[in-house]
Design a binder for this molecule. Structure first.
Ligand SMILES: Nc1ncnc2c1ncn2[C@@H]1O[C@H](COP(=O)(O)OP(=O)(O)OP(=O)(O)O)[C@@H](O)[C@H]1O
Ligand SMILES: [Mg+2]
Length: 258
């Protein structure tokens, strides 16, 4: 028997009042994949990530993580499941009143599972993972460049050694060089740590460089779930606009895909 998908969404429907965001949405993410979720603004990408981590619940349908229902088991089991994923949110990536180090330590302090010395070691280790120097631990978020904020937030997402990493627009707002180096960092962490990654992005360069599969959210559901080459062949107006617009075409050429 093969292992259960890391993320399994079935028959998801989401309604906010009269606004129907998802309907009959299915998506299975297998271990080790890097799945990029793309879709128009307001199509429900962030909401879907929130469902996956249990911050919100869909109106109907099932969300399973690591083969278990999100609500399954007693509190202890649900807390343990929470430690198996890390998240980089779209906005407000760091707590502005806490230093970089305390941001990274936050998930550990909350769980109260490590001594002060262990926390210090762990901060240094996580900073090294995201290619930041140990002394960066003492900086405040306002003192960091945009790229460093993303790296520090990634270090925090990795604090509890998750198996699943969820990233909402990880390269938004970064210039092309910083964006490319952040993509490279995600790629190497994926390899080193054996992560499964789900990322939301509208950046075709990021997609082309990272995604093993692309999930396209349109018409309230996943209309295509396939590697880049196959996605490009799908005859759907959103997909054609997304990849065949001026920006998309240039990015595909840069990445040798068109
Ligand atoms: N808590 C909420 N209450 C009411 N409506 C909401 C809530 N959260 C999201 N929505 C609505 O759901 C829809 C999807 O929002 P979501 O943030 O998931 O889109 P998105 O695909 O992430 O967009 P973007 O690319 O702009 O980040 C939008 O119409 C939004 O207004
Ligand atoms: Mg969003």
């Amino acid at each position: 028997m093969s292992a259960a998908p890391v993320v399994s969404l079935q028959g998801i429907a989401t309604r906010f009042g009269s606004n129907i965001v998802h309907e009959r949405l299915d998506l299975d993410v297998e271990a080790g994949e890097i799945v990029a979720l793309v879709g128009g603004s307001g199509s429900g990408k962030t909401t879907l990530l929130r469902h996956i981590i249990g911050l919100t619940r869909p109106s109907s349908g099932s969300v399973r993580l690591f083969g278990e229902g999100l609500q399954d088991g007693p509190m202890r089991t649900r807390m343990a499941r929470q430690r198996r994923f890390g998240v980089l949110f779209q906005h407000g990536a760091l707590f502005s009143a806490l230093s970089v180090g305390e941001n990274i330590a936050f998930p550990l302090r909350e769980l109260d599972i490590a001594t002060d010395a262990e926390v210090r070691d762990l901060i240094a280790l996580k900073l090294a993972m995201v290619e930041m120097a140990p002394e960066h631990a003492h900086l405040m978020p306002a003192e960091l460049s945009g790229g460093m904020v993303k790296r520090a937030a990634l270090a925090r997402a990795l604090a509890l050694e998750p198996e699943l990493l969820l990233l909402d627009e990880p390269t938004a707002g970064l210039d092309p060089d910083r964006s490319a180096s952040f993509v490279e960092l995600i790629r190497s962490l994926h390899r080193q740590l054996g992560l499964t990654v789900v990322l939301v992005t509208h950046d075709v360069d990021t997609l082309a460089a990272l995604a093993s599969k692309i999930a396209v959210l349109a018409d309230r559901r996943i209309v295509s779930f396939a590697p880049m080459e196959d996605t490009l062949q799908v005859d759907h107006p959103f997909i054609q606009r997304f990849f065949r617009g001026e920006h998309g075409r240039r990015a595909l050429r840069r990445n040798g895909l068109a």
